[in-house]
Design a protein around this ligand. Structure first.
Ligand code: UDP
Length: 331
């Protein structure tokens, strides 16, 4: 603990707090310890106020509309640096701002950690492996990333951020932790951010065609949000860390075709599957090797894809129902 808080309080900064993962993390941290106070920062570029609305009057929760590309001065004990648009639609909208968010955001948050002697955790990504040539991907794999493609702003930005975390640790002794997050899904994903899970569920529930990009034989491995958060918090809470990256994800690998069929089955939808061109540089396979996380944390994901998808489907059903009620009320 850095010594800025008296008694046993822990002030924790969560950047990207209004996003899908950030908002769940705030809930989790507040529920886990009555001495935790959250400073929740978000620019609201891809985050949504609705995700943190229920925390607005919470006595240990404070929201700051703040873009991490701008320095932030506050007294803090721990920093979870999540801020960055994470879906291709959002991060490709303004690639330069995406790079600034990863790189300047990391510099600003590491500077804050250095000044306050806070522990800091970086949410890196499986995208640092690019379109991997090995499977599963272990932390020692150096990746296959295109510097000049549509995904480069995100991938390279996150790679530089890891290097900054490494360098601040080496040079200034900052207590850093780096997790590489693989595809994660669950309630509070945005219905229109173009991710495969949210797209397929929304399409299935509204009777639209399910859009599979490419031939659908490429793979991803999907981790339910609760499993991901268990690991994230455990990594931060480790008494010591070597600062080196650790993969967090679910190794259960499925093809995009299999996912489409599963969503159709679970929703009871009659939507047809249609095939669209595969976006450039879309990775052909992705599956985490989580042996390091298992050994370090005594952790492994426990939510099966079917169960996690059912919970996510219920969330989107509820969203659609509320939208329909609002439409009726407005008529
Ligand atoms: N995808 C798809 N249909 C969609 C949205 C995505 O087939 O409507 C594919 C996408 O091309 C990628 C995979 O699903 O191969 C996962 O996409 P997502 O954007 O969710 O995550 P990422 O590509 O960043 O892993």
């Amino acid at each position: 603990m850095s010594g800025f808080t008296t008694k046993s309080q822990r002030r924790i900064l969560v950047t990207g707090a209004a996003g899908f993962l950030g908002s769940h993390l705030c809930d989790r941290l507040l529920a886990s310890d009555p001495d935790v106070e959250i400073v929740a920062a978000d620019s609201l570029f891809s985050g949504s106020r609705a995700n943190i609305e229920h925390l607005r009057d919470h006595p240990r929760f404070e929201f700051l509309r703040h873009d991490v590309t701008v320095p932030l001065f506050c007294e803090i004990d721990e920093i979870y640096n999540l801020a960055c648009p994470a879906s291709p639609v959002h991060y490709q909208f303004d690639p330069i701002h995406t790079i600034k968010t990863s790189v300047n955001g990391a510099l600003n948050m590491l500077g804050l950690a250095k000044r306050t002697r806070a522990k800091i955790l970086q949410t890196s990504t499986s995208e640092v492996y690019g379109d991997p040539t090995i499977s599963p991907q272990h932390e020692g794999y150096l990746g296959n990333v295109n510097t000049m493609g549509p995904r480069a702003c995100y991938d390279e930005g996150k790679r530089v951020a890891e290097t900054l975390f490494y360098s601040y640790r080496q040079l200034h002794g900052v207590d850093t932790r780096v997790v590489r997050i693989f595809n994660t899904y669950g309630p509070r994903m945005l219905p229109e951010d173009g991710r495969v899970v949210s797209n397929f569920i929304m399409q299935a529930l509204t009777g639209q065609p399910i859009t599979v990009y490419g031939d659908g034989n490429h793979t991803r491995s999907f981790c339910y949000v609760d499993d991901l958060l268990d690991a994230l918090v455990q990594v931060m809470d480790l008494p010591q860390s070597d600062g080196m990256p650790v993969n967090i994800g679910n190794p259960q690998e499925v093809t995009i075709n299999e996912l489409a069929k599963l969503v159709i089955e679970l929703t009871g939808s009659r939507s047809p599957i249609v095939y669209k061109p595969l976006p450039k540089d879309d990775p052909m396979q992705r599956r985490p090797d989580i042996s390091k996380a298992k050994a370090m944390l005594d952790w492994e994901p426990s939510v099966d894809l079917r169960d996690g998808l059912m919970k996510t489907i219920e969330y989107f059903e509820e969203l659609l129902m509320r939208a329909a009620q609002r439409r009726i009320a407005a008529e």
